[in-house]
Design a protein around this ligand. Structure first.
Ligand code: DGT
Ligand code: CA
Ligand code: CA
Ligand code: ZN
Length: 595
């Protein structure tokens, strides 16, 4: 097995402060450096794939390593022997010699500039050569100067400015798969702390917002001092910013700030409600209270001079004559009125999901074979699963043309023979909507598919009218069942493109085409507000993970969270329906859903 002597001594003893995110950052940066140095695209991609994989890994690499050593690391998708060894070095020593050495071979500023979305290694190099900038802040000042205008076209300068804005926009905020494990770890630690009675994550995390500024935790305990100590001395805490009798603020090793509030147990319900927010919801609730004779605070509710306290959150809303409001809806978007009328929707839940209709196998840019994905889907108890590899026009990773669709069919059939009794495997494609609005595969191919997703992957810079035309055109195509990631945004990387959503939603409703809520945590596209609007206009929605490996099926929960924040129920979502109904929908879409 080739365990080094040092490896044996340190066997599986991982340091507490090396998190998945940190490892992912190092690996991604190595990928960037290799690209700047002009190394093979294959090596660059290997590091980036591994980084992505770690970012969405549901459990800590550290725990994995402790339990199963370097062998367990190699089971992470996209992690081979060489990268596993590097992760081991990081986990055990907190450093990586290879990374430190390779970093010295390129100017630090070049690497820094490539962090700006839309700025690749070549542009970064040119920026530092021609403008002499030393940092992103430098660049922000330099980009509007005549010197910059001489060297860079207006479009490029615009792109760079947008990129800097995006970097700022997300900076400080993190996506849910980063925030959740941190919260879980600290909540667990507090649960195990002597005297602790109740602990809950609150704030934007409890509301399942797509990004989280800081993590908030509330705790009721018989021993506040002890709980504060358990929290502040946790091995994954990098820095303690504040520590009092009833609260503490720390910075986690991942750079995320975490607030802990110790609250009296007899007021736990009120405080849970208060700290869950949102601020807007709380303001609206209190304003309503004032108008109706209730004085609502984080300590309880006063009515006619008498303070009533609540140890249970449900009682707070009940006392006001309201239904309990799920945290995802607490954004002051009509939830208070609906709760008063007892007319809140029954929100969709993850267990309502019967299958996943968007994902990729090794036939395009996925990292696992169809069979591996099908087995994972069976394990999740799905009734159906689609494999929708990319069409060729995308330019990336050998997409499908008509001939390869036919080749793939043989494999689909073989997997069906093996697993057909347990799950329906749908044969599909994600066909590219080209810049001219035409689809990237001939109708003759599309009509043989069980399910077709159409998505835009290029020419984002077109006008509003052009982009709207492209989307509506795809929706109107008889062979298209689903419009994939309709708004095109990538959190922290690319804004959604400007589109006449009204027209898109109306067309989708008219043609029965489903609009996707893509569950990939840096997409979440459609976002909550747009998904809600789409449903209002009569469109149906589908929640897809867009998996590129079997493990990604677990990302469904983030899509479900968006759907809940969009007020959607089970009936609004096509893949929350049993097979018979899904098949009926596909048939109605003009295709013989044969299976
Ligand atoms: P974030 O952290 O930006 O993702 O969003 P939240 O909603 O977690 O906001 P945060 O951490 O500032 O506050 C947590 C909750 O505390 C918030 O949702 C509602 C409650 N809260 C109510 N009033 C106030 C206030 O005046 N200041 C703060 N910081 N929180 C308040
Ligand atoms: Ca917060
Ligand atoms: Ca906070
Ligand atoms: Zn896809």
């Amino acid at each position: 097995m080739g365990v080094s002597v040092r490896g044996r001594v340190h066997r599986n003893r991982a340091r507490g402060d090396v998190t998945n995110r940190k490892i992912a950052q190092v690996l991604a940066e190595i990928g960037d450096i290799l690209e700047i140095k002009g190394e093979s695209a294959f090596r660059v991609a290997a590091y980036r794939n591994a980084a992505r994989s770690l970012e969405v890994l549901p459990e800590g690499a550290r725990e994995r390593y402790r339990a199963g050593g370097v062998k367990a690391l190699r089971q992470i998708p996209g992690v081979g022997a060489s990268i596993a060894a590097k992760i081991e070095e990081l986990l055990t020593t907190g450093r990586l010699a290879y990374y430190e050495q390779i970093k010295k071979t390129i100017p630090a500023v070049t690497l820094d500039l490539t962090r700006i979305p839309g700025v690749g290694p070549k542009t970064a190099q040119k920026l530092s050569d021609t403008l002499g900038v030393k940092s992103i802040a430098d660049l922000e000042r330099a980009i509007d100067t005549p010197l910059a205008a001489r060297h860079f076209r207006p479009r490029t300068r615009e792109r760079i400015k947008t990129g800097i804005g995006l970097l700022r926009g997300l900076s400080g905020r993190v996506i849910l798969p980063v925030a959740e494990p941190i919260a879980r770890e600290l909540v667990e630690a507090l649960r195990g702390c002597p005297g602790v009675l109740k602990v809950d994550p609150v704030g934007s995390l409890r509301r399942m917002r797509e990004t989280v500024g800081d993590i908030d935790i509330v705790c009721a305990t018989e021993n506040a001092r002890r709980a504060i100590e358990c929290f502040a001395s946790h091995p994954s805490v990098r820095e303690v910013l504040a520590k009092g009798d009833a609260k503490a603020t720390v910075v986690h090793a991942d750079g995320v700030q975490v607030d802990l509030e110790i609250v009296p147990r007899e007021e736990y319900g009120s405080l849970l409600q208060h700290f869950t927010g949102s601020k807007q919801h709380n303001v609206a609730l209190r304003t309503w209270g004032v108008e109706h004779g209730f004085s609502i605070s984080e300590h309880g509710i006063k009515r006619g001079g008498r303070l009533v306290r609540f140890d249970d959150e449900r009682e707070v809303y009940r006392f006001l004559g309201m239904e309990w409001i799920p945290p995802e809806l607490r954004e002051d978007q009509g939830e208070i009125e609906a709760a008063l009328r007892h007319a809140l929707p029954r929100l969709i839940e993850e267990r309502d999901i019967a299958g996943d209709l968007h994902g990729h196998s090794t036939w395009s840019d996925g990292r696992e074979a169809i069979e591996a994905v099908v087995r994972a889907a069976i394990e999740r108890g799905y009734a159906y699963i689609a494999v929708t590899d990319h069409s060729r026009g995308l330019g990336v990773a050998h997409g499908l043309d008509a001939a390869r669709v036919a080749e793939r069919h043989a494999e689909v059939e073989a997997v069906r023979r093996k697993y057909g009794a347990k799950i329906r495997l749908l044969e599909g494609v994600e066909v590219d909507i080209r810049a001219d609005g035409r689809l990237d595969l001939p109708d003759a191919v599309l009509e043989r598919m069980d399910v077709v997703i159409a998505s835009i992957h290029s020419a984002f810079g077109q006008t509003r009218e052009q982009l709207t035309r492209r989307l509506v055109g795809a929706i109107e195509n008889l062979h298209v069942d689903i419009l994939g990631h309709p708004s095109g945004r990538l959190l922290g990387e690319r804004d959604e493109y400007g589109v006449e959503w009204d027209e898109v939603f109306r067309a989708a409703a008219r043609h029965g085409t489903a609009l996707e809520i893509n569950a990939f945590p840096n997409r979440l596209d459609l976002k909550d507000t747009l998904a809600r609007e789409a449903r209002r206009r009569g469109a149906r929605l589908v929640i897809d993970t867009d998996f590129h490996e079997a493990r990604h099926l677990d990302l469904m929960r983030y899509g479900v969270a968006v759907a809940r924040r969009a007020w959607l129920g089970k009936d609004d979502v096509v893949n929350a329906q049993p097979w018979r109904e899904l098949a009926a929908w596909l048939r109605e879409r003009g295709r013989g859903a044969r299976r």
